[in-house]
Design a protein around this ligand. Structure first.
Ligand SMILES: Nc1ncnc2c1ncn2[C@@H]1O[C@H](COP(=O)(O)OP(=O)(O)OP(=O)(O)O)[C@@H](O)[C@H]1O
Length: 692
C-alpha cells in the first residue's frame, strides 16, 4: 500500500511520542538509581552509627534506630521494585492505544496502554495506563464507535475514534497496526506464530474480549472456567490474578493467593507470567502435598500419578468400579451422612473413674453435647481435657498425686465411649455396610489406593479439627476435570476463600474418576460459570486433526495455517524420530516435545535417543523444572505445556486402544503449536482411522 502524507506524518508523530516516553522513562530510571544508591548509603551510615554508639544507647534508642533502618530498607526495596517496572517499560513502554471522545465534555484523548502505569513527574498526567486500569478495558472490549468504561466515579460514555497496536522491543517500534476491529488479526496472528519459550509468556497485548470478561470479573466468589484445549485458560487465570492484585491492592497481596496446580513442572513453566506482569509469584500447592500433610503419619498411599500409570498398564474392572463409586457427589453425601450418624448413634457416655474420684455419665453427655458443631474427635478431646482438669484438682485436693499415666488413663476411658479410635477406623467401617462391601481394598499392609486418599482426608477433616489455609483469600485451581468431588469437598473445608477453577472436561487423564462440568458445578452451586471456546495454541490443521480424535462441538479453531499433521508408518521408528529431530534442528523452531503414552515408554526412548547422541531432557513425575530444547515425557506430564513441534511415537493400535489411551493421544496432539508428527511401526491406532 502506498503511504500517504498523512500516514507519514502519523508515523513520525508516533516515533516522536515513543522517543518522548523513552526520555521520560530514562529520567525516571536515573532518579530511581540515585535514590537506591542514596538508600544504600543511608542504611550503611545508620548501621555504622548504631554500632559505634550501641553501648551508650538505652533500649528505646536502640529500638528507634532499628525502626529507622527498617524504614530505609523498605524505601530502598520499594525503589528497586519501581526500577524493575521502569526497566520493563523501557523495553516496551506500551502496546496499545485507544482514542476516546467523552460524551461529557466532547474532548478526545489518546490513551496509551502498557504493563504498568507511568505518570509525567511535573504534571502527574498519566502517560501510560496500566492494562488493568478501568480506562484500559476500552482497548479490550470495544471496536470503534460507542464505548464506555466503569471509572471509580461511575460509567464514562463516549466514542472510540481510533485504536492502534504496537510491537515495541528494546525501546524501538518494530511495527504498528491500525485496528478498528477487536484485537485479533494481524498482531494476534504474529504472536501466535511465534516460537514457544521454555516459560509461559504473558498475552497482555492481545487479550481477547471474552478472555477479558474472565480476567475482570470482580463479582464471582467462585468462578468456574471451562475452556477447550489451547483456549488460554491458564494464561487468563494468571492474568486474572494480576488483575485482582491490582484492583484490590489494599486488601489482597500475592501472599494471600495460592495456585493449586497439577505438578511442579507445570508450576515452573508458569512461574514467569506474574513477575512479567509486575507482580510477585504466588505460592503453589499440589493435591499430593495436601495428601502428604494429612497422611504422612497415618498410612502409606498410592499417588495420582501411580494410579494413572497403573491404569494405563491395564485397567482391571474391579478397581475401575471402586474409582467410579468414589468419584460422585453422591458418594461425598453418603460419606458425610455416615460420619454424622456415627457420632449421633455410636457415642455412648459412661462414668469416668480414677483414684476414687468420679464424673458421671450425665456430666460426660452434657459436656459432649455442648459443642455439636465440632467434629467428634475434637469433642472427645474436650471432654477428656475437662475431665483431666476436674479430676486432677479433686485428687490433688485430697492430698493425692497426679501422674502423666493418670491423664492417659482418662483419655483412654473417654476414647472407649466411641467405637472408632481414629478417622482411618471410621472410614474403614464405612465399607462394612452390605451395599459397599469390597469397595475398600488397601494395597497390602496399610497402603491405600489413590481413590481412598481424599475420602480418608475428608473423613479426617470431618472428625477432628484441622489447621486450614485461613490466610489465603483467592485460590486458583487448574485442571479441574482431574479432581473428584471429594477433593473439592476437602478444598471447601480447607479454603474458605474466593476461587477460580479452570479446566477442560475433554482433557481428563483418568476417565474413571474425572469430573464433568455439571459435577463440578454441583459442588459449587454459587459459582459463576464462563466458557472459552476459541482455541489459540495450534494451527487450524492441528486443531482439526485433534478434533477428529476427540470431538468437542463447541471448539472454534483460530484461523492460522501450517503443514498438516503427519502420521508416519515406519519400519524403524527410532530412525524415523532421529530424522524428524534432525529436521527440527535445522528449522526455526526452538522447542520439540516427544510425547509418549507412558513415562516408561518415554524413558526407554530417551535411553535410545541419548545413545544416538541426541541432547534432550527427560521429564518424569519427580522432575521440578521445565527446560527448553528437546523434551521427552509422557502425555500426562505434558498436560498444560506446549511446544513448537510435537512427535507422538508409538501410535500403534496395540498402544492406543482404550478410552484412556484416547485421552492421552488427544492431550499429546494438542500440545503442538506449529508441527505435529505421529509415528507407528504396526497398524495405526483405531483413533486415527480417519487418516486412512
Ligand atoms: N489472547 C491471546 N493472545 C495471544 N496468545 C494467546 C491468547 N490466548 C491464548 N493464547 C496462547 O494460546 C496458548 C494456549 O494458552 P494456555 O496454555 O493458557 O491455554 P489452556 O487453555 O490452558 O491450554 P490447555 O488446556 O490445552 O493446556 C498459549 O501459547 C497462549 O499464549
Amino acid at each position: 500500500m502506498a503511504l500517504t502524507d498523512e500516514h507519514i506524518r502519523d508515523d513520525e508523530q508516533e516515533r516522536e511520542h515513543l522517543e518522548a516516553t523513552v526520555r521520560l522513562l530514562r529520567a525516571e530510571l536515573d532518579l530511581l538509581n540515585n535514590s537506591i544508591d542514596k538508600s544504600a548509603r543511608t542504611i550503611k551510615d545508620q548501621k555504622e552509627h548504631m554500632w559505634a554508639y550501641w553501648r551508650d544507647m538505652d533500649s528505646a534508642e536502640k529500638a528507634g534506630f532499628r525502626t529507622e533502618i527498617n524504614m530505609s530498607v523498605l524505601q530502598g526495596e520499594h525503589a528497586v521494585l519501581r526500577r524493575q517496572r521502569i526497566e520493563r517499560l523501557l523495553e516496551s513502554p506500551y502496546f496499545g492505544r485507544v482514542d476516546f471522545r467523552r460524551v461529557e465534555d466532547a474532548t478526545t484523548r489518546a490513551y496509551y496502554i502498557g504493563v504498568h502505569n507511568l505518570s509525567a513527574p511535573d504534571t502527574q498526567d498519566v502517560v501510560v495506563h496500566d492494562w488493568r486500569a478501568p480506562v484500559s478495558s476500552l482497548y479490550y472490549d470495544f471496536e470503534s464507535g460507542d464505548a464506555s468504561f466503569a471509572a471509580p466515579k461511575g460509567i464514562v460514555h463516549g466514542e472510540i475514534t481510533g485504536k492502534r497496536q504496537y510491537k515495541i522491543q528494546g525501546g524501538r517500534l518494530e511495527y504498528m497496526f491500525e485496528s478498528a476491529l477487536n484485537i485479533g488479526d494481524d498482531v494476534l496472528q504474529r504472536e501466535l506464530g511465534r516460537s514457544a519459550d521454555d516459560k509461559m509468556k504473558n498475552i497482555v497485548a492481545t487479550i481477547q474480549r471474552e478472555q477479558n470478561a474472565v480476567i475482570r470479573n470482580e463479582t464471582a466468589n467462585v468462578l468456574i472456567l471451562q475452556g477447550v484445549a489451547g483456549s488460554g485458560k491458564t494464561s487468563i487465570a494468571l492474568h486474572r490474578v494480576a488483575f485482582l492484585l491490582y484492583r484490590f491492592k489494599d486488601t489482597l497481596s500475592s501472599d494471600n493467593v495460592m495456585i493449586l496446580s497439577p505438578n511442579r513442572v507445570f508450576g515452573d513453566y508458569i512461574a514467569n507470567v506474574l513477575p512479567e506482569l509486575g507482580e510477585e509469584q504466588v505460592k503453589e500447592i499440589h493435591f499430593d502435598k495436601i495428601a502428604e500433610r494429612f497422611l504422612a503419619k497415618v498410612t502409606a498411599y498410592e499417588t495420582f500419578s501411580e494410579q494413572v500409570v497403573k491404569l494405563l498398564d491395564h485397567a482391571d474392572e474391579a478397581s475401575a468400579e471402586r474409582m467410579r463409586y468414589k468419584a460422585t457427589p453422591e458418594f461425598v453425601a453418603r460419606l458425610d451422612a455416615w460420619i454424622t450418624s456415627r457420632t449421633d448413634e455410636e457415642f455412648e457416655a459412661a462414668d469416668i473413674e480414677l483414684k476414687g474420684t468420679r464424673l458421671t455419665a450425665e456430666w460426660v453427655a452434657d459436656m459432649f453435647h455442648e459443642s455439636p458443631g465440632l467434629p467428634v474427635f475434637t469433642r472427645l478431646d474436650r471432654v477428656a481435657n475437662s475431665a483431666v482438669h476436674l479430676l486432677k484438682h479433686k485428687v490433688v485436693d485430697k492430698g493425692g498425686k497426679w501422674a502423666a499415666a493418670d491423664t492417659a488413663n482418662i483419655r483412654k476411658q473417654v476414647g472407649s465411649m466411641f467405637p472408632y479410635k481414629d478417622a482411618y477406623a471410621v472410614y474403614k467401617a464405612f465399607y462394612d455396610d452390605a451395599d459397599r462391601k469390597g469397595l475398600f481394598k488397601p494395597l497390602g499392609r496399610k497402603r491405600i489406593e489413590y481413590a481412598d486418599v481424599f475420602p480418608l482426608i475428608y473423613t479426617m477433616i470431618r472428625t477432628a479439627r484441622q489447621d486450614t489455609y485461613g490466610h489465603i483469600r483467592h485460590l486458583l485451581i487448574d485442571e479441574m476435570q482431574d479432581y473428584m468431588p471429594v477433593q473439592y469437598a476437602v478444598v471447601r473445608e480447607l479454603f474458605s476463600c474466593k476461587m477460580t477453577i479452570l479446566g477442560d472436561a475433554n482433557q481428563s487423564v483418568n476417565p474413571f474418576s474425572s469430573s464433568s462440568l455439571p459435577t463440578i458445578r454441583s459442588m459449587f452451586p454459587e459459582a459463576d460459570c464462563l466458557e472459552l471456546c476459541k482455541s489459540y495454541r495450534s494451527t487450524t490443521e492441528i486443531t482439526e486433526f485433534a478434533q477428529k480424535i476427540s470431538r468437542n462441538d463447541k471448539l472454534v479453531p483460530i484461523e492460522r495455517h501450517g503443514p498438516p499433521p503427519q502420521v508416519i508408518a515406519c519400519a524403524d521408528q527410532a530412525a524415523q524420530i532421529l530424522k524428524l529431530i534432525n529436521e527440527h534442528e535445522s528449522s526455526d523452531h526452538r522447542s520439540l516435545g516427544i510425547i509418549c503414552k507412558t513415562v516408561d515408554q518415554a524413558e526407554k526412548l530417551y535411553g535410545a535417543l541419548s545413545e544416538d547422541g541426541v541432547e534432550l531432557t527427560f521429564i518424569d513425575y519427580d522432575s521440578t523444572a521445565f527446560a527448553g530444547g528437546i523434551i521427552i515425557t509422557s502425555a500426562h506430564i505434558a498436560k498444560g505445556l506446549e511446544f513448537d513441534e510435537v512427535i507422538v511415537p508409538g501410535v500403534d493400535d496395540t498402544n492406543y486402544a482404550t478410552e484412556m489411551d484416547k485421552c492421552m493421544l488427544y492431550i499429546a496432539c494438542t500440545r503442538a503449536m506449529h508441527h505435529l508428527h505421529l509415528t507407528h511401526e504396526g497398524s495405526a491406532s483405531r483413533f486415527l482411522e480417519f487418516t486412512r
